[in-house]
Write a protein of this length. Structure first.
Length: 168
């Protein structure tokens, strides 16, 4: 019955059958086989781009984004521009924005905002510094923008968030 399927799907289906057989056996030896079969299955999926038709292939320029991610991690509290990130990646601004979104599923500005909000959440939970200090320390130069972005991402105001974590 499997001989009608695409070769990649046939191998993947056989791998899935083996995985379930190992799960049913539930022994030390089958656990080892299960681990190796899972690795084989993931390899087959990764090596078969035709199986993942809804996701575009990663652009070749994605490797150029590594220094950008490192830079954002290290400097997220500083003012960062798309032009600066594009220069770091050695790509044009428009191609950088396209590659970043295609590779990570969100734009560079949105990624940066999420990183800043995450750091602000940590500071709200672990310090008593004012909300405006936390906003500024995490790259927001405008308190109302911080409050709006925070509410959009977290679902409540920074003050409500802090109150929730101080009085669980």
């Amino acid at each position: 019955m499997l001989h009608f399927l695409h070769p990649s799907i046939r191998f993947s289906a056989a791998s899935v059958h083996q995985i379930f057989r190992c799960i049913r056996e539930n022994s030390a030896v089958s656990d080892l086989l299960l681990k190796s079969e899972l690795l084989r299955f993931f390899y087959l999926l990764a090596a078969s781009p035709e199986l993942c038709t809804d996701r575009p292939a990663m652009p070749a320029a994605a490797e150029n984004l590594r220094p950008v991610l490192a830079y954002i991690q290290e400097h997220f509290a500083d003012p960062i521009t798309i032009e600066e990130l594009a220069r770091l990646s050695h790509l044009s601004k428009s191609y950088f924005m396209s590659c970043f979104k295609q590779t990570f599923g969100l734009g560079a500005v949105e990624y940066l905002t999420q990183l800043r909000i995450k750091a602000a959440c940590e500071a709200l939970r672990s310090t008593t510094r004012s909300v405006s200090e936390i906003a500024y320390d995490n790259g927001f130069r405008n308190l109302s923008n911080f409050n709006r972005q925070f509410r959009n991402k977290v679902g409540c105001t920074p003050q409500m968030y802090r109150k929730e974590f101080q009085n669980p």
